[in-house]
Write a protein that binds this ligand. Structure first.
Ligand code: WQD
Length: 346
C-alpha cells in the first residue's frame, strides 16, 4: 500500500529523477510530468533500471492548464506535488528573460490554480540559494534577507517564493507549501544509472570537471582566485543530489502529516563551504584523476562566498545531509564514465 501519489513536475530532470527514486524507496507512488525541454527520456530508463519498475510519465508542459487538468483528472487522489519544472541556466536567462518568466513563473501559477481546482493542497517548491544574492553574513539562515536577484533566473525563484507567500497570507487558499532553497547540487545516484545530463556546454562546475577529466573538454578555467577566501577562489555549499532528493521526501512527509505552516522555507545544503580549488582537489583525491585547470578571470555575476546554516532543516525538518564532498565527486565521475560506456554502446 503506497503512502500516497505524488506528482513530480520536471521528474525526468536532474534533481527530479533522483527525487522520484527516493520517493519510491520511501513508499510513495510518484507520477512524472515532464516536457523534456531540458531532460531526456533516457532518465526514465535509468529510473526503471534502479527501481526495476516503470514510473508513469505524462509528457506535458506545466504552463498548459488544459493538459495539466487532464493529468489531474486521470491521476486520481494525488496527495501532493513537487514542482521542479523550470529553466535554470543563469546566462540564458539574461539573454531570454521572457522565456524564463513565462515558464518558471507561469508554470507555478498554472499549477497552483489546477491544484486548487482538484483540491490538492500540498506543494514542495524547488527554490534556490540564489535568492540570497551576495549575503552580508555567513552562513546564511532562512532569515537572511532575500536580495535583488543577480539574474532573471534568480528573480523567477524570488517571485515564485513571493507568490507562495502571498497565497498563504491571502487566507483564501488551503494550499500549504514548503520551499527548499538548494545550494549547489552535485553528483549522481550511486548506481550511475541517473545523473546530470550534459545538454550542451556545461554551465556548472562539476560537469565541467568530469568532462575535462574525461578528455571531452581540454581544460577547466577557475573563474578568479582573487576573492577574499582562503585560496582566493569562490566558496559554495556543494550538496550531493541524493541527499537533496531525500530532503524532498522529508518535506512531502511533513506536509502529508499536516505538520507544516501554510508556507515554510528551508536551506538544503551541507552547512560547509568549500572553495573551487578544494572542490577540484576533492575530485582528484576521490577519483585519482589529475585535472588540467588554469586560473582565469572572474565570471560576471558570481557570488564570492555562500554556504548554508542548516539549523532549521536539522531541527524542524529533521533533515541532515550524509554524503561527503569526495563521495559526491566520485559519484559524478562514475556517472561520467557510464555516459561514455552508453555512448560507446550506441
Ligand atoms: C560554482 C563555482 C564558479 C564553472 C548556479 C546557479 C544556482 C544553481 C547552481 C540552479 C563558482 C566556479 C564554475 C567553471 C569555475 N542553479 N566555476 N569554472 O554559479 O554557484 O550556481 O548553479 O538552481 O542557482 O546560480 O554554480 O557550478 O556554475 O559555479 O571556476 O568552469 O564554480 O565561478 O564559483 P553557481 P556553478
Amino acid at each position: 500500500m503506497s503512502k500516497g501519489k505524488i506528482l513530480v513536475t520536471g521528474g525526468a530532470g536532474y534533481i527530479g529523477s533522483h527525487t522520484v527514486v527516493e520517493l519510491v524507496e520511501a513508499g510513495f507512488e510518484p507520477i512524472i510530468i515532464d516536457n523534456f525541454s531540458n531532460s531526456k527520456e533516457s532518465a526514465l530508463e535509468g529510473i526503471k533500471a534502479i527501481l526495476h519498475k516503470s514510473i508513469i510519465c505524462h509528457t506535458i508542459d506545466c504552463t498548459d492548464a488544459a493538459a495539466l487538468r487532464k493529468v489531474f483528472e486521470q491521476e486520481q487522489d494525488i496527495q501532493g506535488v513537487i514542482h521542479f519544472a523550470a529553466y535554470k541556466a543563469v546566462g540564458e536567462s539574461v539573454e531570454e528573460p521572457l522565456k524564463y518568466y513565462h515558464n518558471n513563473v507561469g508554470s507555478l501559477v498554472t499549477l497552483l490554480q489546477v491544484m486548487a481546482e482538484f483540491k490538492v493542497f500540498n506543494l514542495v517548491f524547488s527554490s534556490s540559494c540564489t535568492v540570497y544574492g551576495i549575503p552580508e553574513k555567513l552562513p546564511v539562515t532562512e532569515q537572511t534577507p532575500v536580495q535583488k536577484a543577480n539574474s532573471p533566473y534568480g528573480n523567477t525563484k524570488k517571485i515564485c517564493e513571493e507568490i507562495l507567500t502571498d497565497l498563504a497570507s491571502s487566507g483564501n487558499s488551503n494550499i500549504k507549501s514548503i520551499a527548499l532553497r538548494y545550494f549547489n547540487p552535485i553528483g549522481a545516484h550511486p548506481s550511475a544509472k541517473i545523473g546530470e545530463l550534459p545538454l550542451g556546454v556545461p554551465n556548472n562546475l562539476v560537469p565541467f570537471i568530469t568532462q575535462t577529466a574525461a578528455g571531452i573538454r581540454e581544460q577547466i578555467t577557475v573563474f578568479g582566485n582573487d576573492y577574499d577566501t582562503p585560496d582566493g577562489t569562490c566558496i559554495r555549499d556543494y550538496v550531493h543530489v541524493v541527499d537533496l532528493a531525500k530532503a524532498h521526501v522529508v518535506a512531502v512527509e511533513r506536509l502529508l502529516q499536516n505538520k507544516a505552516e501554510s508556507i515554510e522555507f528551508y536551506n538544503v545544503g551541507t552547512g560547509t563551504g568549500n572553495t573551487v580549488l578544494e572542490a577540484i582537489h576533492a575530485f582528484e583525491h576521490a577519483t585519482g584523476q589529475k585535472l588540467n585547470y588554469k586560473i582565469g578571470p572572474r565570471r560576471a555575476g558570481d557570488v564570492p562566498k555562500i554556504y548554508a546554516d542548516v539549523t532549521k532543516a536539522t531541527e524542524v525538518l529533521g533533515f541532515k545531509t550524509t554524503s561527503t564532498l569526495e563521495e559526491a565527486m566520485q559519484s559524478a565521475w562514475d556517472w561520467q564514465l557510464s555516459l561514455q560506456d552508453n555512448t560507446a554502446k550506441v
